[in-house]
Design a protein around this ligand. Structure first.
Ligand code: ADP
Length: 591
């Protein structure tokens, strides 16, 4: 904000003060002019009136005056009236004069007042007297001398008296004007100072609003009851409204940012020159950008390939929505569905792009397709066998006492296989309905579970002449008992299935440093080739299909084990060497 100017330097303050001064001066000048004129006129007419009255009386005195007394009479009358007295003969010759010798005076026939008195009975003139070198107001009336000869009696009052009275009057006016000017200037100064201070306060509040400091605004800058007070109150209300509006916009913008940044879809807005106006974190992740670009950065800098540039140009040029499947060289292996449409913001054209990551959807779709193909394939073999042997029996083999029983046993073993596949698939689909690490869990002591697993597999182990060894373990894990049993039975069953007669399967338990309990199932069996190790947990994956089938395997067992482990925040891993044996390790969080 600009600093508040001192009052005296305020332009408004100076304007009002100069204006008031000029007004007072103009008023004083005008009053002086008018009053001087008026005083002059009224003084002159008063003098004129008194001269006229005196002239009337003196003209009568003159009629009875002996000619010899005339000089004395004019001087005496001059003293009495304080006015110059002149008696002029009708022809213009000066007969007597109170202030000069008449002989030295020129003919007065053409003096305007004389001419006028002769013509109309009264002559008045105001002018400079060359005779006595003064300004006079002359008044002349016709008169008669004692001899009966016509003459003119002229009285003259010096204008000096009138002018000094005008001057005195002007001095009074000047004094009054000066006093008035001082009072007006002091009043104007006080008024203007208060006015400019109030205006500055309002100005400061308005500037705070203009600079976006709405919090400074609501303090009412003026409480006067005049227009300025009303202006300040409006400003105060406006600041309140703006503050509310700004709060609303801030909240709205924070909400928008929160929504956009928490969106899994990438959002990008560009202007008509393909410069970024907005983008969210998901978009930056999709194009593997390290940091958020400043608004106005060309999109080319952030995503230089054509994957986005081309469809967005198309949107801007054709003004139509574009949908496309795209992928970025910067994030190989990920694919996105792009939805781009024209965007018009503040009358500026642009485009908005939404990127939907479909990598996982595509993967799941692929997994689903593979799974259906695998299931069909797995079901076809036992079904074909069942159908084939059933048809053979129907075609007459049923009466073949030597073979019919064998055929029926094949049918039964394939039916058992189908049942096994169906029940394993059911278990898998049940496990998949739960979210990993979110299954309700309880503290499950490991030893009883190991014992149950051993009991379940015992008879099969005896048939295969495989001995089962177990080291006592005093641990408990967070899981569900029947799921843990399911996993362990699968591992021990596999160990027995893939072990040669006379070998040993050991089950042991230990506590890992990271708070996990590890259950190891180690066999001395055929082992798993290294290249197959990463895939044995996939559904239906088997190293040796024929052998697995022969052993009654479905190829789903390890997949079930992996699912169960992950369901409780655990994992399963394997170490194996061909012809030496395998060790599977189940890891569960300790309880
Ligand atoms: P299966 O029903 O065939 O046992 P699994 O999913 O349990 O299916 O196992 C997948 C494959 O992993 C098996 O077919 C086998 O080839 C291999 N495998 C699993 N456990 C062992 C083991 N202990 N020793 C050797 N190979 C094993």
């Amino acid at each position: 904000m600009q600093g508040r100017p001192p009052t005296i330097r305020s332009p408004l303050f100076r304007k009002i003060l100069v204006g008031a001064s000029l007004l007072v001066l103009a008023m004083g000048g005008l009053t002086d002019l008018l009053m001087s004129r008026y005083t002059q006129q009224s003084e002159e007419s008063a003098v004129q009136r008194s001269l006229h009255a005196a002239a009337e009386v003196l003209s009568r005195e003159l009629e009875s005056l002996p000619p010899a007394a005339l000089p004395e009479w004019v001087r005496d009358t001059d003293r009495r009236l304080a006015a110059r007295v002149t008696v002029v003969a009708a022809g213009g010759a000066v007969l007597a004069e109170s202030r000069r010798e008449p002989e030295s005076m020129e003919n007065h026939a053409h003096r305007p007042e004389i001419e006028s008195a002769l013509r109309s009975g009264l002559g008045v003139s105001k002018r400079h007297s060359t005779s006595v070198n003064m300004d006079f107001l002359y008044l002349a009336v016709p008169a008669r001398l004692s001899s009966g000869a016509p003459a003119i009696l002229r009285l003259a009052a010096p204008l000096e008296t009138i002018e000094s009275s005008v001057r005195a009057n002007r001095r009074r006016i000047l004094r009054t004007t000066l006093l008035l000017a001082c009072a007006v200037l002091v009043g104007a100064y006080l008024f203007t100072r208060s006015l400019t201070r109030r205006i500055h306060r309002i100005q400061a509040a308005a500037e705070a609003l203009a600079a976006g400091r709405f919090e400074d605004g609501p303090a009412l800058p003026d409480s006067g009851r005049d227009e300025l007070g009303a202006l300040a109150a409006s400003l105060h209300r406006m600041a309140g409204n703006l503050l509310e509006l700004v709060d609303l916009l801030r909240a709205e913008s924070a909400r928008r940012d929160a929504i956009l940044s928490s969106m899994r879809e990438g959002v990008l807005a560009v202007d008509q020159s393909l410069r970024i106006t907005f983008c969210n974190g998901a978009f930056l992740q999709a194009v593997a950008a390290r940091q958020a670009p400043d608004p106005g950065t060309p999109l080319e800098q952030v995503s230089p390939d054509n994957a986005l540039l081309e469809p967005l140009w198309q949107v801007l040029e054709q003004g139509e929505t574009v949908r496309a499947k795209i992928s970025f060289p910067a994030t190989p292996g990920r694919s996105y569905e792009l939805y781009a449409k024209p965007l018009e913001l503040n009358r500026q054209k642009g485009a908005l792009a939404i990127l939907h990551d479909v990598t996982e959807i595509e993967r799941l779709e692929r997994v689903r397709r593979d799974f259906v193909a695998n299931v069909s394939h797995e079901l076809r073999t036992p079904l074909t066998a069942i159908r084939g042997y059933a048809e053979t029996l129907l075609d007459g083999a049923i009466d073949d006492a030597e073979h019919n029983r064998k055929f029926l046993e094949v049918i039964r073993s394939n039916a058992i296989r189908l049942t096994n596949i169906a029940s394993d698939l059911l278990v898998l689909s049940e496990l998949e309905q739960h979210r990993p690490a979110q299954e309700p869990a309880e503290a499950v002591p490991v030893q009883p579970v190991i014992e149950t697993a051993i009991r379940t597999v015992e008879s099969a182990a005896r048939i295969r002449q495989v001995s089962l060894q177990c080291q006592p373990a005093d641990f408990a894990v967070r899981a569900l008992r029947f799921r843990l049993e399911q996993a362990l039975v699968n591992l021990v069953d596999n160990a027995v299935k893939f072990s040669p007669p006379g070998s040993e399967v050991r089950i042991s338990c230990s506590l890992a440093g990271d708070g996990m309990v590890e259950i190891h199932v180690a066999d001395q069996g055929i082992g798993i080739p290294e290249q197959d190790l990463p895939r044995i947990f996939e559904r239906f994956y088997r190293v040796d299909k024929a052998r697995s089938r022969e052993a009654g395997g479905t190829g789903l067992g390890l997949s079930i084990v992996k699912h169960i482990a992950e369901l409780f925040g655990g994992s399963v891993r394997v170490k194996s060497r061909v012809n030496e044996g395998s060790t599977f390790t189940l890891r569960f969080p300790a309880a």
